[in-house]
Design a binder for this molecule. Structure first.
Ligand code: MOS
Length: 726
């Protein structure tokens, strides 16, 4: 296809911006059905054991309390449904309130419904629950942790050549271990659900990345036909992977609404938000990397461990991507799961790549140091246009152009080759860099375009705008093909009633939906050209297939059920990835160990860009999050009882304006004629990848201290005082 004309590709501000800043945009909990009752969750303080007794009668009798759901009266009412690890819809496969058994701290043990949220909260706080706790395993190194083969979405074992022998025989070899912590998505909008039965139909207002998954998951859980359920969320206040699968509370709110014959609304607290959904699990990496003296990689063996729930096994297996990044003839990967008494982990922005690139890109920096080679030069000498494991070509790969552009903008040439050389007053200064990558994904999608009049169009597609700019870029796409002004295109998103589109995740949405909408609009043009006198409204429905996805039927049957059918990354004949280069300057205080990041520079090649303004916002926010991931974010688990000790925004540190100084985000133009008709790759997650390693590498360059465990903390850097982290 020839490139789309303007306004596609223009840096237009968000079409939904005015609605968002004036409060007209309604988020999940803004929906207030008349006569709604209010729910509050009670969650378990213990991580493993049983409920011995629960005294719901005492609070059920209080004025204003309408219903108390516990396993004693709700067991069996919610059917089992598969979790995302089993290609299902749920966060966790065990049904809620099914029995007295506790699998993780924060598990829902009761739902209290009352006339007001205040009454419900007060009653929930007074509910007496007696537990019979058992010793719980908190993390990888705690008693009771067991290692099992990983159950992962990607390949858990890759093998090419003989990594062991090549590693031993190489001129320079390193054996390194890296650790990344548990982290939690904290979207600004709290998790919530409002359910109302309209006759025998269930209507749900809940912010979601996949309304059809919620619809079909609820249908299974409640044992009713999916056609009787609709899920709506026109605006979503952040998601980052947390709102992909259906959580347990929604079915309970639907049950309560049915029993009470009135709408019920739940808003989960920030603290409960840490356990009612998934999280980014701890990972550990054993990396053996070796090169010849000239820097040619000879071996890469990457063994990894990912924490998961004892009940549901789930791993990301990021080495399926990262082990293919550089040319290397001897590769071996192996992924394990470590079982603990924790909630089910899941997807959090750039789920596999963020922790796995920390390991690989730190190791590459350590190798460059051992070889006395510039880190960019090491990557250049091992750059490749084919997959290192299977020899498949990349559809396009602009890794080194990204390094060249970012290095120039950053002023990399000023970096001292030896660490600990550059000091200004009390501040030690260092530069670091790392590669960024993320699979370029796309799924099939259905889409409806209606010409309301000769110069007005409506686009309907069951995707979501989770802050990524979907409303804007889809209006641009339709406007470009139909030759209309952008403000003459209405875009309708965020409902399970709309034509089916994949979940808004995996950085697939812009690519998938722009291609589908462009296709529908082109079909509309063809019809108009074939019609002597068009009468309006004129509607076109299309089903747009994605190359190599979904087999014979194109994946549409699964798509309509909300099951993710997106392809990309490692494909049958080629590899589809976006690449980038991350640079960081750090300043480490010589006395206190305080770490500041005055500058981040990133350059990214993501195919054709629908809107450079919204794309740069995605990438820049990713860079900032990557910085927070390296220096601030960690969910601390109490090793005695496996609960999170910092489950709020006071103690779980996210980046604030004071942490962000200068962030430069550069787009490297990239033409990819193979990847999809519009030549697009996603930009939603790649910005967050590699930043952690770039910062750790910069910290090493500043101080000579190599930190292999995130987040990097002051006490890792107090070596000047002879103080070390315990
Ligand atoms: Mo994202 S973690 O693919 O929602």
């Amino acid at each position: 296809m020839t490139p789309l004309a303007a306004p596609f590709g223009q840096a237009l501000p968000r079409v939904d911006g005015p609605d968002k800043v004036t409060g007209r945009a309604l988020y999940g909990a803004d929906h207030q059905p008349a006569g709604a009752a209010h729910a509050w969750l009670v969650s378990s303080p213990i991580a493993r054991g049983r409920i011995r007794a629960i005294d719901s009668a005492a609070i059920a009798a209080r004025p204003g309390v309408l219903l108390v759901l516990t396993h004693e009266n709700a067991s069996g009412l919610v059917h089992e449904a598969k979790s995302v690890a089993g290609r299902g819809h749920l966060t966790f496969s065990r049904p809620p309130l099914a029995s007295d058994e506790i699998f993780f701290a924060g598990q829902i043990v009761a739902v209290v419904v009352a006339e007001s949220a205040e009454i419900a909260r007060d009653a929930a706080g007074s509910l007496r629950v007696e537990y019979a706790p058992q010793a719980a395993t908190a993390g990888m190194d705690d008693p009771g942790a067991s290692v099992v083969p990983a159950q992962a979405l990607g390949e858990t074992h890759l093998s090419r050549g003989d990594a062991e022998a090549a590693w031993k025989a190489a001129a320079v070899q390193l054996h390194l271990r890296y650790d990344t912590p548990a982290q939690h998505h904290n979207p600004l909008e709290l998790f919530q659900a409002t359910c109302e039965w309209q006759g025998d139909r269930l209507v749900v207002w809940e912010s979601s990345q996949n309304t059809r998954a919620y619809q079909h998951g609820l249908a299974t859980q409640l044992g009713i036909a999916p056609e009787r359920i609709s899920v709506h969320c026109p605006f979503v206040g952040g998601a980052f992977g947390s709102r992909g699968p259906l959580a347990h509370y929604t079915a309970l709110i639907a049950l309560a609404a049915r029993q009470l014959q009135r709408p019920v609304k739940l808003v989960v607290t920030r603290q409960q938000g840490f356990t009612v959904r998934t999280f980014r699990a701890e990972t550990r990496h054993d990396v053996r990397i070796a090169a010849s003296r000239d820097g040619t990689l000879q071996a890469l063996a990457h063994e990894s461990w990912e924490l998961t729930s004892r009940v549901d096994h789930f791993a990301l297996a990021g080495s399926d991507s990262t082990a293919r990044l550089y040319a290397c003839r001897n590769i071996r990967t192996q992924v394990h799961n470590v079982l603990a008494d924790r909630q089910m982990p899941g997807f959090m922005r750039a789920p596999p790549e963020l922790p796995y690139l920390f390991a690989l890109e730190s190791a590459m920096d350590e190798l460059a140091q051992a070889l006395a080679l510039d880190p960019i030069e090491l990557r250049r000498r091992n750059d490749t246009q084919v997959d290192a494991v299977e020899g498949k070509p990349y559809t396009s790969r602009s890794l080194m152009p990204c390094f060249d552009l970012a290095a120039q903008a950053f002023g990399w040439s000023r970096r001292p080759a030896q660490p600990g050389q550059w000091r200004e007053g009390d501040w030690r200064i260092g530069f670091g860099c790392a590669s960024a990558l993320y699979p370029a994904k796309m799924g099939p999608a259905e889409c409806r375009v209606t010409l309301l009049a000769a110069d007005r169009a409506r686009v309907e597609i069951g995707s979501n705008d989770i802050g990524n700019g979907s409303y804007t870029i889809l209006a641009q796409t339709a406007a470009a093909v139909l030759d209309l002004p952008v403000d003459h295109v209405e875009v309708v998103l965020g409902s399970s009633e709309l034509p089916a589109a994949p979940l808004t995740a995996g950085s697939n949405s812009a690519t998938t939906t722009c291609n589908a909408v462009a296709h529908a609009c082109q079909e509309m043009k063809r019809r108009l050209q074939a019609t002597a006198a068009a009468s309006y409204p004129l509607t076109v429905d299309i089903a747009h297939r994605a190359e190599g996805v979904g087999g014979e039927d194109g994946g549409f049957a699964l798509l309509r059920k909300g099951v993710p059918v997106i392809g990309g990354g490692v494909m049958e004949k080629h590899l589809a990835y976006a690449f980038g280069a991350q640079f960081a300057e750090v300043r480490v205080h010589a006395v206190t160990g305080e770490i500041r990041v005055p500058r981040l520079v990133g350059a990214f090649a993501c195919g054709r860009i629908a809107n450079p303004l919204t794309a740069r916002s995605q990438l820049m926010a990713g860079q900032i999050w990557g910085m927070a991931s390296a220096l601030l974010e960690a969910s601390e688990v109490d090793h005695r009882d496996a609960h999170y000790v910092n489950a709020d925004l006071a103690e779980y540190l996210v980046a604030t304006c004071g942490d962000v100084a200068e962030v430069t985000t550069l787009l490297v133009p990239e033409e990819d004629p193979h990847i999809n008709p519009l030549g697009m790759k996603g930009a939603g997650e790649i910005g967050a990848t590699g930043v952690n390693a770039a910062i750790a590498n910069a910290v090493f360059n500043a101080t000579g201290v190599r930190v292999r465990r995130l987040p990097i903390r002051l006490d890792d850097l107090l070596h000047d005082q002879g103080l070390n982290r315990p």
